[in-house]
Design a protein. Structure first.
Length: 287
């Protein structure tokens, strides 16, 4: 059974007013345990509205969200417990830091779950390590940290709750290239070591290409594509037509095909493109 199921989800804003519109409409998909799902779509496609349903921050106008086979709204008074199981890290989460020390900020979530003493300390320190926060930074004010370190502290605050599912909304937005890669390396390590189900929302096609097992593409409140990275990026022209970008390797492959080079249209990483070109050269099909 999938760990998460979205069934015919619709969310309509401004019902009964001239401004009525559906941000997501009749959206359905499953997420398997341990999967790394990338979610892409242009601004206004419904990404943010969708992910806020997955831990009960928004309630569907119609449709269902099932966590381990159970509708998360079956018992509305227990919706708070869903937010411990499905952790959501918002874009620019560092603006949500508020405690006196990094340690206290990270401990806020698990403490509200009822964890105390050694168990709480273990959760905080393990989450800090997984997010790349050093022990000597734990007693600092979060406002003394750099932008990248604040982002890590906010991420650690969600990891400390040990969620079944981790949802990341543009986690590297605003960071420099080194900061982006360092943070994503921590997220990859966390996924590999913990096996936690991860949903990554990103505008960076290269970031999605390097990390996702599967990609969900949204357009105008609907699912446009749902498939593996090779399946999705093989439809590069359709993605570009939907106002989205494609990985740099995919762009290069498309340009080569336009010049008569028989490059696989499903290429989406630099490594795969290099392998493809070496094979073509070895076969005498590339000068």
């Amino acid at each position: 059974m999938p760990v998460l199921q979205v069934k015919n989800l619709t969310h309509t804003y401004g019902i009964g007013t001239p401004f009525q519109r559906s941000a997501v409409e009749d959206v359905s998909f499953d997420v398997n345990k341990g999967e790394f799902l990338g979610i892409i779509g242009h601004t206004g496609s419904g990404k943010s509205t969708l992910i806020q349903h997955l831990n009960g921050l928004l309630k569907p106008t119609s449709g269902q969200i099932l966590l381990n086979g159970k509708d998360i709204w079956a018992e509305p008074k227990k919706i708070r417990t869903i937010r411990f199981q499905v952790g959501l890290v918002f874009q620019y989460p560092e603006y949500q830091l508020f405690e006196e020390t990094v340690y206290k900020d990270i401990s806020f979530g698990p403490a509200n779950m009822g964890k105390t003493g050694e168990e709480l300390d273990r959760c905080v320190r393990e989450a800090a390590r997984l997010a790349g926060i050093r022990d000597d930074q734990l007693e600092k004010s979060p406002f003394e940290l750099s932008g990248g370190q604040k982002r890590r502290a906010a991420l650690a605050g969600v990891l400390a709750m040990e969620p079944q599912i981790l949802i990341l909304d543009e986690p590297t937005a605003g960071l420099d290239p080194a900061g982006r890669e360092n943070l994503m390396a921590n997220i990859r390590d966390y996924h590999r070591n913990k096996g936690t189900t991860i949903l990554l929302v990103s505008h960076s096609m290269d970031e999605i290409a390097r990390n996702a097992d599967r990609i969900l593409v949204l357009k105008s409140a609907h699912v446009l594509m749902d498939g593996t990275p090779p399946e999705v990026f093989a439809r590069a022209e359709e993605l570009l037509g939907a106002g989205l970008d494609v990985p740099q390797a995919t762009r290069i492959a498309a340009a080569l095909r336009a010049r008569g080079v028989a490059v696989n249209p499903a290429v989406y990483t630099v490594e795969a493109l290099e392998k493809e070109l070496l094979a073509l050269r070895k076969g005498g099909r590339l000068c």
